[in-house]
Design a binder for this molecule. Structure first.
Ligand SMILES: *Cc1c(COP(=O)(O)O)cnc(C)c1O
Length: 374
């Protein structure tokens, strides 16, 4: 041991006020802590049928080349995304998960004293990015039915507002912004506000009046649409996400990006996954059926939930929500507790397979029965 002190080594003051991200508990951790063999995870909105088999095969066949640096410009993957989304390669940026893109956007646009406007409750990474840069977070509560209120959002924007985040469908509520509302908002916002449209769950939407934001990019609006390979494409573990935006905006974001942010296997897997329409359709179908299955089971249990356009449901369990969450965990079923969103009476449950739902409903039924008799 050296006798030098660490007392005078000071991290930035802002770090002492930053909230850590609380991820869904991983399966191995619950297995280890509770000594359970079978654990069902419905906590992180992952793809319950697994990754695209084409992606797995492509990754396997490229393992021998990982002594080489990845393509810093992700040329093949940007071309594949651009083709799929009918934009140009210059309008696409690829990142280490969409989470990295949120950080890069924060680093690119936010100075201390600026603010971001976010709906509330929503995904916590927006706030994280703002905090990191010393910017303030202005929360606009969703209405009681968790719908967006366009006038409230417009009313929250000031001269200090650099970014407006719209998560649609929103995590954790599953509600979305209607197309006509999105256009009204985009056409009314002052020109100094960049909109970040988080479409992590776009692929799961079945409503006709939804807009995934991509047409606004094609029309040149000041908007960045973020999407990810972590959800419908089933590649959460390999970390790849992307943004679609007017070229000029991406030029700035590229200035803060590390050259090799997306690894070789992620690039190759994602190119294969985006071409795997069968896997995407199978996932989408299963999700739509799974939502209906869960709706009716929850209704039978007398539990309230929010209609979702996503691959998760926000379920109201009342004052016992934390107890029920803990009891589910003890039975080997991981869901997400709502406390982190200031929704202490709720849990968020990811759509899983039919078997996983049966196990969940059985466990919930037993727990609710126990609570009643005690
Ligand atoms: C999961 C998620 C993301 C992105 O996740 P990555 O794994 O980092 O690509 C982005 N936004 C929302 C709202 C999410 O739920």
């Amino acid at each position: 041991m050296s006798n030098r002190s660490l007392e005078e080594i000071h991290p930035r003051t802002i770090l002492s006020t930053m909230k850590p991200y609380s991820p869904g508990k991983p399966i191995w951790e619950v297995q280890r802590e509770l000594g359970l063999e079978k654990v069902i995870k419905l906590a992180s909105n992952e793809n319950p049928i697994g990754p695209s088999p084409l992606a797995v095969a492509a990754i396997q066949s490229s393992l021998a080349n990982i002594h080489r640096y990845p393509d810093a410009e992700t040329i093949d993957l940007r071309a594949a995304i651009a083709r799929k989304l009918q934009v140009t390669s210059e309008q696409v940026i690829v990142t280490n998960g969409a989470d990295e893109l949120i950080t890069l956007i924060s680093e690119t646009f936010l100075e201390s004293g600026n603010n971001i406007v976010v709906p509330s409750p929503t995904f916590s990474e927006y706030e994280f990015g703002a905090n990191l840069m010393g910017a303030n977070v202005v929360e606009v509560p969703l209405r009681d039915d968790y719908q967006y209120d366009i006038d409230d959002i417009l009313g929250a924007v000031t001269v200090q507002t650099k970014l407006l985040y719209l998560c649609s469908p929103n995590n954790p509520t599953g509600t979305y912004m209607k197309k006509q509302d999105l256009y009204r908002l985009m056409d009314t916002l002052p020109p100094h506000v960049l909109v970040i449209f988080d479409g992590a769950y776009s692929h799961f939407v079945t409503a006709d009046d939804y807009c995934d934001g991509l047409e606004l990019v094609r029309q040149g609006y000041p908007i960045v649409v973020t999407q990810t390979f972590s959800k419908i494409y089933g590649l959460a573990g390999i970390r790849v996400g992307y943004g679609v935006a007017p070229e000029k905006i991406l030029q700035s974001i590229r200035q803060v990006k590390e050259p090799f942010n997306v690894n070789t296997l992620a690039q190759i897997g994602a190119v294969a996954a985006i071409l795997d329409d069968a896997h995407l359709e199978a996932t989408r179908d299963m999700n739509a059926r799974g939502r209906e299955q869960l709706y009716s089971a929850l209704q039978e249990l007398g539990l309230a939930f929010t209609q979702s356009m996503s691959n998760f449901l926000l379920v109201e369990l009342g004052p016992d929500a934390k107890v029920i969450y803990d009891s589910l965990m003890k039975k080997g079923i991981i869901v997400r507790y709502g406390g982190a969103w200031n929704l202490p009476h709720h849990v968020r449950i990811s759509i899983g397979t039919a078997e996983e739902h049966m196990a969940l409903i059985k466990a919930l039924t037993d727990i609710l029965k126990d609570l009643k008799t005690n």
